[in-house]
Design a protein around this ligand. Structure first.
Ligand code: NAD
Length: 337
């Protein structure tokens, strides 16, 4: 069993912990928290050993009646691999801790690419992370783009990608984020940082991205235009994408008109936290005009990177090859509608 530590038990960390716990070959050795808040309570209730991320705060947990198993140093030492799911920038600060205990580490997309030896997307470059010491799972948006770019590139060749990313202002729990009544070009400069981030996975890809922020919390929405190297029928592209386990083609008959109904569908389907681990592509939006292919996809920012973190754990520990890992992850989490 691979012993996995989770440092940072927030939006991403708690989901990764549950996904790791569902794997036949992994165990959550513990989670580290900075504060004894509701998520710390949930970690204890879920049976995860709880560690203090900051030694000076041990007393706060005691005062809140939350028993600790130790501090983050002990957790990192005990683990075969640590998943760092702390806020952007903290992961880079934590790198020296993981190095001190020679524990391989996985970081999240909020970190700069140079925090790790490899930026990772299971569908696109799993092998690059095999036996690496520091791996960064790319952001929710880059994950969503990579999952579509990989099969299109392999099958048809890609001349150029243009993507407009309509991004949620904040996650549902991020009460301090906005905008609350506006539409922001964000960043206002072109390209947005997403294109260069996709290039950490596909170094030779020609891609331009534009970003916006809107008053929404449920999901991001991508409007994608991929110029292929040959003219292709839309029906062939649909068949190709339908064959990908982490792409969900929303059937027209479902009458899902946006993120709200998508989340409702996930909740009705019994998904934990209403998570949508797959890119949600409107099937009838997949269109072609000569060599140009177009589609709309919804990206659930809080969860699409979760199966990717599980695969990164197998890659970094050399526990399985890409196909084996993705299959095990998908089956144990229930990825794919
Ligand atoms: P979050 O704020 O929900 O969770 C971070 C957790 O880490 C919190 O519980 C916080 O208390 C804790 N923390 C803070 N400082 C810490 C420290 N020094 N040591 C240990 N824990 C500490 O953040 P999140 O949304 O889960 O984001 C985590 C990472 O994942 C970021 O790099 C982010 O960019 C990336 N990411 C986030 C999303 C998203 O939409 N939420 C999507 C993809 C990737």
């Amino acid at each position: 069993m691979i012993q996995v530590a989770i440092n940072g038990y927030g939006t991403i960390g708690k989901r990764v912990a549950d996904a790791v716990g569902a794997q036949p070959d992994m165990e959550v050795v513990g989670v580290a928290k900075t504060r004894p808040n509701f998520e710390a309570r949930t970690a204890i209730d879920n049976g995860y050993p709880l560690y203090a991320a900051i030694e000076e705060r041990v007393g706060l947990f005691e005062e809140a009646g939350m028993g600790l198993d130790g501090t983050v140093d002990e957790l990192v030492e005990a683990a075969d691999v640590v998943v760092d799911a702390t806020p952007s920038g903290i992961g880079a600060e934590n790198r020296s801790l993981y190095e001190e205990y020679e524990t391989p580490a996985i970081y999240q997309g909020g970190e700069d690419a140079d925090v790790a030896d490899v930026s990772f997307n299971a569908r696109s470059n799993y092998e690059d992370a095999v036996d690496a010491d520091h791996v960064r799972v790319v952001s929710c948006n880059t994950t969503g783009l990579s999952r579509v770019i990989a099969p299109l590139g392999e099958t048809y060749g890609i001349e150029k990608v243009r993507a407009t990313l309509v991004r949620r202002g904040g996650d549902p729990g991020q009460t301090g984020r906005g905008p609350i009544n506006d539409i922001l070009p964000n960043p206002v400069t072109v390209p947005s940082h997403h294109g260069p981030d996709v290039n950490t996975i596909f170094p030779d890809l020609d891609i331009d991205t534009l970003g916006m922020k809107v008053p929404a919390t449920l999901m991001h929405m991508h409007s994608l235009n991929v110029t292929l190297e040959a003219a292709v029928d839309a029906a062939d592209v649909r068949d190709l994408l339908a064959g990908e386990s982490r792409l969900f083609l929303i059937p027209e008959s479902f009458a899902i008109d946006g993120s709200g109904k998508l989340k409702e569908y996930a909740l009705d389907a019994g998904r934990p936290r209403g998570d949508l681990w797959e890119n949600c592509i409107w099937e009838e939006s997949i269109s072609t005009e000569g060599r140009d292919c177009y589609l709309f996809q919804g990206i659930h920012q809080e969860s699409d990177v979760v199966p990717e973190n599980v695969d990164a754990i197998r890659a970094i520990t050399g526990a399985a090859d890409a196909a084996e890992s993705v299959e095990t992850t998908d089956e144990s989490m229930g990825v794919g509608f």
